[in-house]
Design a protein around this ligand. Structure first.
Ligand SMILES: *Cc1c(COP(=O)(O)O)cnc(C)c1O
Length: 489
């Protein structure tokens, strides 16, 4: 009992908490002076395991937090350019603390009344920005992966000829999606039991967008093989290159064949908040379902994802299931009992994080952020184009940029590729692939920048997501210089 009393003591908590806020604020201050701190201090998994294996029991938790702050990848750093996580607004971390502390479960109304009401308002704000119409509704869930699965389950429920939920199925169903789509769409399809044939990957054009002209060809081919296509998934945008599919073309196609249109807007959905950039997602308003990660492009801590439906009632059919201890009738459309529509039973009070942004700064902060980081993407692209020894994979549409180091002589050679033997090209490609892999590895070990890599049609590129609004032109110039140095040595 003594131990419990101590652990729950308000005095104890107050001390730890005050100290933590100071630690975090100091961390933020130092980070903003970018040169004082590395973005990442990379160590091998076994080394990190050893540190924590040897952590003494009873040592202060604030010491523990200090090590985590020092050693973890720093997403607040202006030179953090890695995976698509935005630096969370510091205030949203406080909202997260409240959520963790209150630990409301959210599945049924009483277990999260405030967060449930906030969730409805957050969803309505997004639906309005997406122009989904009067009947639109949705909910928040834990990540884009789960959100895509949930929306595709709804699509199956609404489109499939038989009731797969209760009876299973012999019929082969499928969704059509670009070959550049996030792997979680493929995973969702396999979870639904549709196997290899359940996902029809449509090739992309030179901008890595789904080839709209061949949608019909792929659809008819599937039909001939007795595969029933139920939905098309548009990527807005794709993960690797940040390419936005033509959503109007997908909407036209879906209308023509009466298919469910789903938009995976995990990364780019937030573009709807920007007047300047929302043209990239034109047509999103015609989707039957859309998902969007607040943690990718809208400064919210992971994980906070919206699932939206053009007709909000459809969501109540996803899991037509009895749960007597929670409610009488699962399909009764009660917006306030969120677990009727969400995968989770217990979930965090994630709406509080977004709601605190909306009521403190308004949606204006979203549009400012999107415009600033997309502009950074364009700037970096311009610098890469000017460099004689660098090459873009594709003109960036957003804050994701893929480029590679090519040593100048290759840039010329590729430009004249007609006159170069195919064999030589293959050899040069392989050599450059190895070189860029080496560069990325060196950059990781150096830790002054954090970026990742991708492989596009057999070519290795360095990939950055410019997610910090305070990244300067000079950071981008130095990034390229670092890449170059890593390439030389
Ligand atoms: C990141 C991403 C996902 C996965 O979302 P999580 O929140 O990481 O589960 C899905 N689709 C796209 C296009 C993404 O960029």
């Amino acid at each position: 009992m003594d131990l419990l009393k101590k652990a729950y003591s308000s005095t104890h908590f107050r001390e730890q908490g005050h100290q933590l806020i100071d630690q975090l604020a100091d961390f933020l201050e130092v980070t903003q002076h970018r040169m004082l701190r590395k973005v990442i201090t990379y160590e091998e998994p076994e080394e990190r395991l050893e540190v924590w294996d040897n952590w003494e029991e009873g040592r202060s938790v604030n010491d523990m937090f200090a090590v985590v702050l020092n050693e973890s990848v720093n997403v607040h750093h202006p030179r953090y350019m890695g995976h698509q996580i935005s630096p969370p607004l510091p205030m949203t971390a406080l909202a997260g603390l409240v959520s963790d502390f209150m630990n409301n479960g959210m599945g049924v109304y009483e277990m999260g009344a405030d967060a449930t009401a906030m969730e409805k308002i957050v969803i309505q704000t997004v639906a309005k920005a997406m122009r989904l119409g009067e009947k639109a509704d949705g909910f928040l869930t834990s990540g884009g992966t789960l959100a895509n699965l949930t929306a595709l389950l709804t699509a199956r429920r609404m489109q499939a000829k038989n009731d797969v939920w209760t009876q299973g199925t012999q019929q082969q169903y499928a969704v059509m999606v670009s070959e550049e789509a996030h792997y979680c769409v493929d995973r969702a399809v396999r979870i639904m039991g549709w196997g290899d044939q359940g996902v029809i990957k449509v090739p992309t054009d030179d901008q890595f967008k789904i080839k709209k002209k061949i949608l019909t060809e792929y659809y008819l081919k599937a039909k001939k093989e007795n595969i029933e296509v139920i939905a098309v998934v548009g990527s807005a945008c794709s993960t690797s290159t940040g390419s936005f599919d033509d959503l109007h073309a997908i909407a036209d196609f879906c209308e023509e064949h009466q298919l469910w249109m789903h938009v995976d807007g995990a990364h780019g959905g937030g573009t709807v908040f920007s007047e300047k950039n929302r043209h990239l997602v034109a047509g999103i308003e015609r989707a039957d379902s859309v998902i969007m990660d607040f943690h990718k492009l809208l400064m919210t801590p992971a994980i906070t994802t919206a699932v939206l439906y053009k007709d909000g009632r459809h969501a109540y059919n996803t899991f037509a299931q009895k749960a007597q201890y929670l409610w009488h009738d699962a399909s009764e459309p009660e917006w306030f009992n969120i677990a009727k529509r969400s995968f989770e039973c217990t979930k965090t009070m994630m709406s509080l994080k977004v709601f605190s942004i909306l009521k403190t700064y308004g949606t204006a902060i979203f549009s400012q952020y999107v415009d600033v980081v997309f502009e950074h993407g364009k700037r970096l692209a311009t610098l890469v184009e000017k460099a004689a020894d660098m090459e873009l994979a594709v003109q960036p549409a957003c804050n994701i940029v893929c480029f590679r180091y090519v040593r100048s002589r290759y840039k010329q050679q590729f430009a004249e590729s007609d006159s170069v033997q195919a064999e030589n090209i293959a050899q040069a490609t392989e050599e450059l692939n190895n070189l860029n892999l080496k560069i990325r590895r060196k950059m990781l070990e150096d830790g002054r920048f954090y970026l990742v890599q991708t492989n596009l049609r057999g070519i290795v590129y360095l990939r950055v997501t410019l997610s910090n609004p305070f990244t300067l032109e000079n950071d981008l110039v130095e990034l390229l210089e670092k890449v170059r140095q890593a390439g030389f040595t």
